[in-house]
Design a protein around this ligand. Structure first.
Ligand code: PLP
Length: 270
């Protein structure tokens, strides 16, 4: 088990009033930033969805974000998905909300539950009961395994193809020049549905560099969506932008920003 998980009970459901208020403020501030960026870019208000990146946060903290209006959450590690799923499912049901793949009560409003970090194939079965979408698919072998397991479970899993636009070694994702062919391959697979593309912005201070990666991802999305290839019509999402670069991402056409720090504060551990 990852060491940091020993420091914190991720299943904890009770947080202080002050902490809940802090998180609600964070959601409000981020929502304002998104609305302002949409306005500056001449985009329709509400065209960008906020996904709360919840790594290292416990069930109580995540529920505070959901209570403040967050409709999509994303975890990085399969172990965190399983550590929190039961608590999140129960507390969502208490509020009349359906979380992730939870089908009990179809007319309730839903909260998306996604994986945004690396997935090893031996962990697929652990997360599949809970997450509706895996944003971090970077190749055909993981995609094929996800598709097979999903079909066996009688469902379809949403996926995004992750692209390493910055080319930074530490980052996962496929190479940009392989993205088109990969997307066509994934889009044709039964059991998964290609919903779009995802990237993590370049780790630099240069606005032009960060934006050019985002713009390139948008160009790829457009080509895939408009290609006429089998299964590509649903490739509409662009998951890009985090605490430090969400304005650039919204300006370049992001449809989902993944934000942790600006909602919950700095992470005490990785
Ligand atoms: C942690 C994380 C985020 C959010 O990062 P912040 O800088 O805390 O907003 C977004 N995407 C991925 C893949 C992450 O791991």
């Amino acid at each position: 088990m990852v060491a940091y998980m020993d420091h914190k009970d991720l299943g904890n459901r009770r947080i202080s009033r002050e902490r809940a208020a802090q998180i609600a403020d964070g959601v409000k501030r981020v929502s304002d930033r998104i609305a302002k960026a949409e306005g500056s870019a001449g985009r329709k208000e509400g065209s960008v969805t906020l996904l709360a990146a919840t790594k290292t946060r416990d069930v109580g903290e995540i529920m505070a974000a959901i209570d403040a209006g967050v409709q999509r959450i994303g975890e990085n590690r399969p172990q965190e998905v399983t550590a929190k799923a039961q608590g999140l499912l129960e507390l969502c049901r208490d509020r009349g909300l359906v979380l992730g793949t939870d089908a009990a009560g179809r007319d309730s409003s839903s909260v998306g539950f996604r994986l945004i970090g690396q997935l090893q194939s031996n962990k697929i079965n652990k997360i599949l009961p809970y997450v509706d979408t895996v944003e971090s698919v970077d190749g055909p072998s993981l995609a094929r395994k996800l598709a097979t397991r999903a079909l066996a479970a009688g469902r379809t899993v949403g996926i995004l193809l992750e692209v390493n636009e910055s080319g930074e070694q530490a980052k996962s994702g496929c190479a940009p020049d392989q993205a088109l062919d990969l997307a066509y391959e994934l889009a044709a697979m039964e059991g998964i549905q290609l919903k779009g593309l995802m990237t993590v912005g370049a780790h630099v201070d240069d606005e032009a560099v960060i934006r050019s990666g985002f713009a390139h991802l948008r160009g790829l999305r457009d080509r895939i969506r408009d290609s006429g290839e089998s299964g590509t019509g649903t490739c509409t999402m662009l998951s890009m932008g985090m605490t430090g670069d969400m304005e650039y991402a919204v300006a370049e056409g992001s449809t989902e920003v993944r934000v942790g720090t600006a909602i919950f504060g700095p992470r005490a551990f990785i």
